[in-house]
Design a binder for this molecule. Structure first.
Ligand code: PGA
Length: 249
């Protein structure tokens, strides 16, 4: 049985004090929850403080990205070891905004994924099609390319610890959610690809999150689908009460 994972991606929001307040409010609202995993991914500048704030709570902390090298002359980058050292246990990799605005490809995602495992961080690897790709009936083809490229060469035991997030680009921040059936179709397809690339037992272990305009109103129906194991939530994770409702769907 896969334990649901509800993850908040704060993106480039919250200055230091705001992030601590959001973390405290959330911690209080979800204190009793124990049958699902809860994660928040603040901007790099707030991870340390948020992790300290959440130290004795059920809420875990992750990064929104990382670089694949351990250290060196890579101005502006943050390594997996750095994330770990301030209390992060997860890291989002290959978010569509990284792919769209910062030139990330399946090849760079693959390097980051390997580096995340090396540092003992649990990666959340994002895939998803654009509107033009969906309208051109290319969704499954695009997902297959992204999954195969991103997961290429990963050892089986690391795959079991990898989370995948299906985030249709047209649904991110637009208020347009994929229908539960549209999402389930792609989630089932991703799991089938993992069976082919690894094996059934590994595929049964991997959690596949849905992301793209998740709200307290649509999370329940999304979570009722067989292959949807959680949510990656942007906008609605910036208000503690909204995200708490999503967590307690
Ligand atoms: P959204 O973002 O919930 O604001 O659509 C989701 C994401 O990008 O992870």
């Amino acid at each position: 049985m896969r334990k649901p994972l509800l993850a908040g991606n704060w993106k480039m929001n919250t200055i230091s004090q705001e992030s601590v307040k959001l973390a405290i409010d959330l911690k209080n609202l979800v204190a009793e929850v124990n049958d699902r995993d809860i994660l928040v991914c603040p901007p790099f500048t707030a991870i340390s403080q948020v992790a300290d704030t959440l130290r004795d709570s059920v809420v875990m902390v992750g990064g929104q990205d990382m670089f694949w090298e351990d250290k060196g002359a890579f101005t502006g980058e943050v390594s997996g070891g750095m994330l770990k050292s301030v209390g992060a246990t997860y890291v989002i990799i290959g978010h569509s905004e990284r792919r769209q605005f910062f030139g990330e490809t399946d090849a760079t995602v693959n390097k980051k994924l390997n580096a995340a495992h090396k540092h003992g961080l649990l990666p959340i690897v994002c895939v998803g099609e654009t509107l033009a790709e969906r309208e051109g009936n290319k969704t499954l083809q695009v997902i297959e390319t992204q999954i195969k490229g991103s997961l290429n060469g990963l050892p089986k035991e690391q795959m079991g610890k990898t989370v995948v997030a299906y985030e249709p680009v047209w649904a991110i921040g637009t208020g347009k959610t994929a229908s539960p059936e549209q999402a389930q179709e792609v989630h089932a397809f991703i799991r089938k690809l993992i069976v082919e690339l690894f094996d059934q037992a590994t595929a049964d272990e991997v959690r596949i999150l849905y992301g793209g305009s998740v709200t307290p109103d649509n999370i329940k129906i999304l979570m009722s689908q067989a292959d949807i194991d959680g949510g990656l939530v942007g906008g609605a994770s910036l208000k503690a009460d909204n995200f708490a409702k999503i967590v307690k769907y």
